[in-house]
Design a protein around this ligand. Structure first.
Ligand SMILES: *Cc1c(COP(=O)(O)O)cnc(C)c1O
Length: 385
């Protein structure tokens, strides 16, 4: 038998000094399976048009001529365009220096915890929520504290106040619309959290209490229903508030890796300290700018995805299922005694959804009308109704 000519043999492992707390851990991520209908990671099902693809390719080609140079570290043009986009989307006027961006809002959130978290500090959130949050905490040596959401996935403000008073967190993460539940928080809840967070953070270097940073993660913000306000409208009242967004979901650019955040210039300047130099490549900057120029076209599917989502909620409820209200491009539904069996039955019929959230629930992303129809047909078969 021949031995493969690689240094990575099973027996050749060194005793590597893996950091405490990482022992036995595997990389996080939803299973990536090759099936016809992918409704598991809340992507926008519509790929960019040929015209948008051509424009992105052209912008990247232009940027390629300068790839011998490092990119602009502060990317003022991209930040200005993102500010402009937020103004159009939510009516809130922001300066370019109030915007920060990174490779996905996952990296933006990591910057937040690198700047404000760390040893002897905690980050507070409320479960069930986005499963990446505890990982940012772990990776920045910040203590992870999970309070609870109510049965309907809202927040009990008294519980929030008690958690803040007990833990004096440096950062409070609120996903709204929340993943995996799809539910948005009312603006008055976010206001109450911001009020409670003021002066309730850990003590600063002078010993005086700081204001805990409240991050509202609006990754799904563009899918919110009529009348649901964005936390961007609170930015001018709370200097310790930050609102994060991403081009991964409504924008249909998950593969681009571009997330961003809006806050005060002061808060953004703290994030600039911890970013790696040149973290946003010239290629990413060029592609993101080209995509933003076509935002009207890229976003044109948002209205139909919202309508498709509302119809899906109604259809599921019509089957006697319990469905969380959704302001996102996915729907949490149940309750199943054996959700794995339902998930697996769908998979056998070529439909991949996500087994996530509290016991008994499943999450399905809103796809094209054809994909959603395939999901409905498969679910009817699996449930026999
Ligand atoms: C998908 C998602 C994000 C976006 O992550 P990116 O890194 O921007 O792709 C952020 N927060 C939540 C809650 C999400 O579900």
């Amino acid at each position: 038998m021949s031995t493969p000519s690689t240094t990575d043999t099973a027996t050749g492992g060194a005793r590597l000094p893996l950091r405490r707390g990482l022992e036995g851990l595997t990389p996080y991520g939803a299973p990536q399976l090759d099936v016809p209908v992918l409704l598991n990671v809340n992507e926008n099902p519509y790929p960019p048009s040929e015209a948008v693809v051509a424009e992105i390719a052209d912008a990247v080609a232009k940027a390629a001529h300068g790839l011998n140079r490092y990119p602009d570290r502060d990317f003022p043009e991209l930040r200005a365009e993102l500010a402009e986009y937020l103004q159009v989307e939510s009516g809130v006027a922001l300066g370019a220096e109030q915007i920060w961006a990174a490779n996905g809002s996952n990296e933006v959130m990591l910057h937040v915890l690198q700047a404000f978290g760390g040893p002897d500090r905690s980050v507070l959130s409320f479960a069930p929520t986005y499963s990446m949050y505890p990982e940012y905490a772990r990776d920045t040596l910040t203590e992870w504290v999970a309070g609870r959401r109510e049965e309907d996935f809202t927040l009990d403000v008294d519980h929030v106040r008690a958690q803040i008073a007990e833990h004096r967190p440096a950062v409070i993460l609120l996903a709204s619309p929340n993943n995996p539940t799809g539910t948005a928080l009312p603006l008055d809840t976010i206001e109450a959290v911001c009020d409670a967070a003021a002066g309730a953070g850990p003590s600063g270097s002078d010993g005086a209490p700081t204001d805990a940073v409240v991050v509202v993660d609006e990754a799904y913000g563009e899918f919110r229903r009529e009348g649901v306000a964005s936390a961007l409208t609170l930015l001018d009242r709370y200097p310790h508030l930050a609102v994060s967004r991403t081009m991964s979901k409504a924008f249909g650019m998950a593969g681009l890796r571009l997330g961003y955040l809006a806050a005060t210039t002061q808060l953004v300047d703290h994030l600039r300290v911890v970013r790696l130099p040149y973290h946003l490549s010239a290629v990413t900057q060029a592609a993101a700018l080209a995509a933003l120029r076509h935002r009207a076209e890229l976003m044109s599917q948002v209205a139909s995805l919202r309508a498709e989502r509302d119809a899906l909620v109604t259809w599921l409820r019509g089957r006697g299922l319990t469905v969380a209200d959704s302001d996102a491009n996915f729907v949490l539904f149940g309750l199943f005694d054996d959700r794995h069996e339902v998930w697996n039955g769908l998979l056998e019929r070529g439909v991949l959804i996500r087994e996530v959230g509290p016991e008994g629930w499943l999450r399905v992303s809103v796809g094209t009308p054809q994909e959603t129809a395939a999901f409905r047909a498969a679910l009817e078969e699996v449930l026999g109704r």
